[in-house]
Ligand binder design. Structure first.
Ligand code: 5GP
Length: 212
């Protein structure tokens, strides 16, 4: 079999141009997790805008859309029966009930395809999901997004104002447990500034390439 002679840039979103797809370097899967309201969504939005070469998994969820959320862009919004059917069919890379409320899951097919194509993929999921991916995809990079402090985390959680008191309490108790899990991760990025933290995340995603 002839070796590919075309130099390839693995961060090129169009993928390598070599003649044999089998010779493409696989992309890298990065899992970003962290406590609720730490700003994962904001970081994700910044990375989407400024680093279009990074592919984002779109999760399925049974929770209702918030104002401004678009089906198929922010989440695939499905009902309980459809979610359970996909679980039965083995369609999720991981899934979890988050905050004791709605179900969330990462569709397996798109992630596997993108990695095969040599692109970098990012999952923004909760800690339970990250632990499942650690079991099935240990070569992924696990990044913990941490708040600058606990007080700041509480301020952000309350400041968002989209949840009622009981929901806030549930989320805080989840956040306490999640903060304690930092040490399970390969890297910790402190979300003190959206741009700085986003750039650090992307540079971590890319730094692993040389080791492959
Ligand atoms: P929200 O409802 O605020 O969008 O997200 C709630 C939590 O669900 C966040 O911590 C988010 O990271 C997590 N989450 C979003 N998608 C997934 C997913 O596909 N799997 C898992 N395990 N958690 C997810």
């Amino acid at each position: 079999m002839a070796a590919a002679t075309t130099p390839t840039d693995p961060s090129d979103p169009t993928g390598p141009t070599g003649p044999d797809a089998q010779e493409r370097p696989r992309g890298r899967l990065t899992v970003l997790a962290g406590p609720t309201a730490v700003g994962k969504g904001t970081i994700a939005a910044y990375v989407r805008t400024h680093f279009p070469g990074v592919w984002f998994s779109v999760s399925m969820t049974t929770r209702r859309p918030r104002p401004g959320e678009v089906d198929g862009v922010h989440y695939h919004f499905v009902d309980d029966a459809e979610f359970d059917r996909l679980v039965e069919a083995g369609e999720f890379l991981e899934y979890a009930v988050v905050h004791g409320a709605a179900k969330y899951g990462t569709p397996r097919g798109p992630v596997e395809r993108v990695i095969r194509e040599g692109r970098d993929a990012l999952l923004e999921i909760d800690l339970q999901g990250a632990r499942q991916v650690r079991e099935t995809w240990p070569e992924a990079l696990f990044v913990f997004l941490a708040p600058p402090s606990w007080d700041e985390l509480v301020r952000r959680l309350v400041g968002r104002g989209t949840e009622d008191e009981a929901e806030r309490e549930r989320r805080l108790s989840t956040a306490r447990a999640e903060l304690a899990a930092q040490s399970e991760f390969d890297e910790v990025v402190v979300n003190d500034d959206v741009r700085r933290a986003s750039e650090e995340l992307v540079s971590l995603m890319r730094s692993g390439r040389a080791e492959r």
